[in-house]
Design a protein around this ligand. Structure first.
Ligand code: GUN
Ligand code: FE
Length: 432
């Protein structure tokens, strides 16, 4: 029998990125999963796959699962509210007090369950996520995410300075010891949930803590996620905190906490990344999590994504809830395009706005690369797919590519029917 586990064919209106500039579409096409690996998308089903079960989603869109490269699970309650401040005041006023509540495991369980439920039923199939500094609550979050079936990196946050007392680790040693306890507790526990070292950002971590995390990353081959050059006051503060640094990225570099090509880090925002930061990120194979929605909500600025792409940097999209409004990746695609247009109009007219093709690529293949061969329906990629009905769209074009664009501009009529990760069905809409 051909292919035993997770082997089947989806039939419907297929769309996926071929490369940064091109989306391939097939109306009434077939996309094949063999043991959870995509065998490609076809106009007519190749003979060798004829014995596989065909699941017919006639009239619905079938696209690769989306990748959210940066989100804060404990902030979920705050998304869409409390964005009347800029970054540093917003953290102090709303976010630190909220995250402090996660010392209470009952509170953590309830709100992490809400986050996990929405992740499961949304467009996202893979994500990189911040927890809080609390080890036990972070383990709980990992348990719940593992249950959803999505693949994720999850970090226990490190922070030992410049926060409210209730959300500050007592010392460098305590922070590092808790991180080791966390890693030990989850060793071998999950199949699709991976730990990632998560120093909150330079202002939250003393020099010794950053250095210690850099060493831990080397010792265990662990990846790192953090924030970089998000806000003008933040960038200025980092220069004061690490006076010997030549840029914010260099501050991470000085502590060996910027990652390397084989163990790449994710840096969120990069709104104010200059020539030097671009060089450093290129050298270390850093993935930029572009958080356009968050950058607008906190009036942080607009990241020069066209420039990053021209330079050959690796870029994906992050919802960055709760500075971002929603986990909805279709919305993130739209805001990414809109932000790039404002950058072009208001900041630098030599940097062309992003096209729909490019923004869709960033949300799928761009972030997907962080997870390996992920983010498209080419042969050999992980079979991550979302089936979306747009049948309620009142003014619906015939063209598949236009229908895909249209649901990003108006996601109210995009209904997820089912979702697959590594060929496993993890969500199926039940008619009510
Ligand atoms: N920088 C440090 N912490 C945070 C956070 O929680 N959200 C955002 N947007 N930026 C940060
Ligand atoms: Fe963030």
């Amino acid at each position: 029998m051909l292919g035993a586990h997770n082997s089947f064919v989806l039939k419907g209106d297929i769309a996926f990125s071929e490369d940064l500039k091109n989306i391939k579409t097939i109306k009434d096409g077939y996309v094949v999963s063999l043991d959870g690996i995509c065998m490609g998308a076809f106009d007519t089903l190749p003979k060798k796959y004829e014995e596989l079960e065909v699941i017919d989603y006639k009239g619905s869109l079938i696209v690769p699962g989306m990748v959210d490269l940066h989100a804060h699970a404990p902030q979920y309650l705050c998304s869409g509210i409390a964005t009347d401040n800029e970054l540093l005041d917003w953290l102090n006023k709303y976010i630190f007090p909220e995250e402090a509540k996660y010392s209470d495991l009952e509170y953590a369980k309830k709100s992490y369950q809400n986050f996990a439920n929405d992740m499961k039923r949304g467009f996202t199939t893979r994500a990189s996520i911040f927890g809080t500094m609390h080890t036990d609550a972070t383990i709980l979050l990992m348990d719940l995410l593992e249950e959803t079936g999505i693949v994720s990196y999850v970090g226990k946050v490190n922070m030992n300075r410049n926060s409210v007392d209730a959300l500050t680790e007592n010392s460098e040693d305590e922070s590092l010891e808790e991180t080791r306890r966390w890693l030990q507790s989850i060793e071998g526990k999950y199949t699709r949930t991976f730990p990632i070292l998560t120093p909150r950002f330079i202002p939250s971590c003393s020099d010794g803590l950053m250095k210690g995390l850099g060493e831990l990353s080397k010792e265990k081959g662990l990846r790192i996620q953090s924030h970089l050059s998000e806000n003008v006051d933040e960038v200025k503060w980092v220069k004061e905190l690490v006076p010997e640094s030549t840029s914010y990225a260099n501050a991470y570099e000085l502590f060996n906490a910027i990652g390397e090509k084989t163990v790449p880090s994710i840096m969120a925002h990069c709104v104010y990344s200059d020539d030097e930061e671009i060089r450093i990120m290129k050298e270390h194979g850093t993935f930029i999590a572009h958080c356009a929605d968050s950058n607008i909500n906190l009036a942080s600025g607009i990241a020069p994504i066209r420039r990053f792409l021209n330079e050959g940097l690796k870029v994906g999209i992050g919802s960055d809830v709760a500075a971002g409004s929603t986990l909805n990746m279709l919305r993130m695609i739209l805001v990414t395009i809109q932000a790039s247009k404002m950058y072009y109009r208001l900041v630098d007219s030599s940097l062309e706005p992003l096209t729909f093709e490019e923004a869709f690529y960033l949300a799928t293949l761009g972030g997907g690369e962080y997870f390996g061969k992920v983010g498209t329906f080419k042969e050999g990629y992980a079979f991550d797919a979302v089936v979306i009905s747009d049948e309620n769209m009142a003014a619906k074009p015939d063209n598949v590519r236009q229908r895909l664009e249209k649901i990003c501009y108006n996601d109210a009529d995009a209904v997820i029917l089912s979702k697959y990760v590594d060929g496993k069905n993890i969500f199926l809409r039940r008619e009510t």
